[in-house]
Design a binder for this molecule. Structure first.
Ligand code: ZN
Length: 148
């Protein structure tokens, strides 16, 4: 048999698709033919490269999923941040309006004014604290999703 015949079956040999007899004939030829041995090494290298290329696809999907998760995270995170900032700004605005009103109101006693201001301050602090807790638990939930 000719070298060309063996070259045609090199891919089949590397893929373990030759039967026992063909395999023995092929290896017998390699033992006595430097050209085919060199070509086989070349084919093997080529096969490794194409095998690597085949692995790129599922890896791409993993990356897509990863960036999808990151996007969801950023989106939800941004939503929370905007919501918090807006809520805090509105609360502060309302609070300042109320403070202004309280301070200029001559019918309210000083102690009542201080009490109401403290109450208002407490509401703002609690609100911020609850929001921070929400954001904390939300990011932990996301972390669990990623790990799963
Ligand atoms: Zn040969």
């Amino acid at each position: 048999m000719t070298c060309q015949h063996y070259r045609d079956s090199m891919m089949a040999y590397l893929d373990n698709e030759l039967d026992e007899e063909q395999r023995r004939a092929f290896e017998g030829h390699l033992a006595s033919c430097a050209d085919c041995t060199r070509d086989l090494a070349e084919f093997r290298r080529l096969k490794q490269m194409t095998d690597c290329v085949a692995f790129v696809e599922p890896e791409d999907r993993v990356w897509e999923q990863y960036w999808g998760n990151v996007y969801n995270r950023v989106e939800r995170g941004t939503g929370w941040i905007l919501f918090s900032v807006a809520a805090i700004a509105l609360l502060l605005y309302g609070g300042f309006q109320l403070i202004e009103h309280l301070i200029v109101d001559p019918t309210l006693g000083a102690l009542l004014k201080i009490g109401l201001l403290a109450l208002l301050g407490g509401v703002v602090i609690l609100f911020v604290s609850v929001l921070r807790e929400r954001i904390y638990f939300w990011s932990r939930d996301r972390y669990k999703d990623v790990r799963r």
